[in-house]
Design a protein around this ligand. Structure first.
Ligand code: ADP
Length: 475
């Protein structure tokens, strides 16, 4: 069984969020289980400037409306997995992946129609048995392969976040070179616009999301982003497989970014040292006896920033330290800076993207705050477990599947808000502070959560099972 995994970002080459983590580690886990898997992704500036890629014999002339754009395919091996990069400097040699730092590139429809066309061509050239697409940036490949080429191999489409669908104005149809006959509610049309993800959902052989709970939630008005009806239509081929964590990257015993490595036995001392270092990094007074709450998150509505901002001053008055790493919506950045000015010794804010600092926060915090409005899977709560850092969450999607309340369940591994509100966030944080004041109990919880296993192996096995089922259905 030959598989091609297509993603618009792949860690460590390119990353804006969890998709990159998945694309950088699921193929490696599949390879470790003897799967013949390759990855295809754009050759962005950040990759081209940093990694040396080799040439291949593959090159395509891709029609985009009335012109042709060239795609050269380059290659690198990453942990034994062949990674194929699509080179076209007009589209991909830019500072950002999707945005210029403030707003989306205005040719994103064209860039990812191009990428999807290349994925389709490359799949045809190499006779894959399975093409595994991810999110809207690759979804149109399913439309091209199934509708134009009548491709018989199977296509899996994973939705990592239904909030992002690749919706563009109808006239971008011309970039696809598809006939307007395909612009129907049963394929690409969505309230008068073109919707790439919708096209992918209707043409893929299986659709997956990244947690079982999210798979159910997206069928509702509340979480369906207008596609719940479409997803209902394909419910019989919709599956939920929880993401895993790459413990080579995220483990306090191996972590290269933290000042002191630690394990279950040495956590108390390890965390104390990492905490001191973390507070220093944020130029906060290093009072390690106070609980430290960490947040690493895109500053977008999804992640619960309205209630975090609303609760922040109340929480800071509880004699705690809070460190925040994130970037995104300008209004949240501004509000955080204003509150920071008022609480110089207890609030640390770093606006930007910084992988090393993310590691320091996981290791040096006592608790991790993640009150998402919706959360397809969420990686940071699982990463936090490994570092003995106790998550505080709004239990939706993957957070519902992975975090159980310490005060309510014998399997408790974190704190759950009872609903999405400022009051509930503060309430959950107060319960966390209470736990922090009981060192024996705190140690017990830390030891327990560090042992939890969210490695990729069991998820990878579920994907293999799905691929097999699809291929067997065919024969
Ligand atoms: P999402 O994909 O919705 O952003 P996830 O929890 O699934 O959320 O994954 C987020 C990933 O991105 C994690 O690995 C997290 O540490 C990382 N991340 C998010 N924001 C930043 C940032 N500002 N700096 C460094 N890493 C970040």
């Amino acid at each position: 069984m030959k598989i091609l995994f297509a993603s618009s970002e792949v860690y460590p080459f390119s990353k804006t969020g969890g998709l990159a983590d998945v694309a950088g580690s699921l193929p490696v886990a599949l390879r470790a289980l003897n799967t013949d898997i390759s990855v295809i992704t754009p050759l962005y500036k950040c990759v081209k400037d940093k990694f040396s890629v080799s040439d291949t014999n593959f090159s395509y002339n891709i029609p985009i409306s009335s012109k042709f754009e060239v795609a050269k395919i380059k290659k690198i091996y990453f942990k034994e997995v062949p990674i194929f990069f699509v080179e076209n400097d007009n589209y991909f040699y830019r500072d950002g992946l999707y945005t210029d730092g403030t707003k989306d590139y205005n040719d994103n429809a064209e860039r990812f129609i191009f990428f999807s066309k290349v994925i389709a061509e490359f799949s045809l050239s190499n006779n894959y048995d399975i093409l595994h697409l991810n999110d809207w940036q690759t979804a149109m490949a399913a439309v091209f392969l199934k509708k134009i080429y009548n491709w018989k191999s199977k296509i899996v489409l994973t939705i990592h976040n239904l909030g992002y669908q690749g919706v563009f104005w109808a006239y971008d149809m011309q970039l696809t070179n598809l006939s307007w006959d395909y612009f129907t509610p049963q394929l690409l049309e969505f309230w008068g616009n073109i919707n790439f993800l919708k096209g992918g959902i209707y043409t893929a052989d299986a659709i997956t999301t990244v947690s079982p709970r999210y798979t159910k939630e997206i069928l509702t008005d509340e979480f369906g982003f207008g596609l719940n009806g479409v997803l209902k239509d394909v419910e019989n081929r919709l599956f939920g497989i929880l993401n895993g964590i790459d413990y080579e990257e995220w483990s306090p015993e191996l972590d290269r970014y933290i000042v002191q490595n630690y394990n279950e036995k040495t956590i108390t001392e390890g965390k104390r040292v990492c905490k001191q270092d973390l507070l220093n990094s944020f130029e906060l007074t290093p009072e390690t006896k106070k609980p430290v709450f960490g947040i690493i998150s895109r500053l977008v509505d999804q992640k619960g920033w309205d209630i975090i901002i609303d609760a922040l001053e109340n929480i800071l008055q509880l004699d705690v330290k809070i460190v925040i790493l994130g970037s995104g919506q300008r209004e949240y950045e501004e509000k955080l800076k204003t509150i920071k000015n008022k609480y110089k010794n207890s609030l640390g804010v770093y606006i930007g993207y910084d992988n090393a600092l993310a590691h320091k926060i996981e290791a040096g915090s006592d608790f991790f705050i993640m009150p998402s409005k919706y959360e397809p899977c969420g990686l940071n709560q699982m990463i936090s477990f490994k570092y003995g850092t106790i998550p505080i969450v709004n239990p939706v999607g993957g957070l519902f599947d992975t975090v159980y309340d310490i005060d309510e369940s014998k399997d408790g591994n974190g704190f759950r808000m009872k609903n999405y509100s400022t009051e509930e966030l503060i309430e959950a944080i107060k319960r966390a502070i209470k736990l922090f004041k009981e060192p024996l109990k705190l140690y017990g919880v830390r030891k327990k959560i560090m042992k939890l296993d969210f490695s990729w192996t069991s998820s990878a096995k579920k994907y293999i099972e799905l691929y097999r089922r699809l291929v067997i259905d065919e024969s």
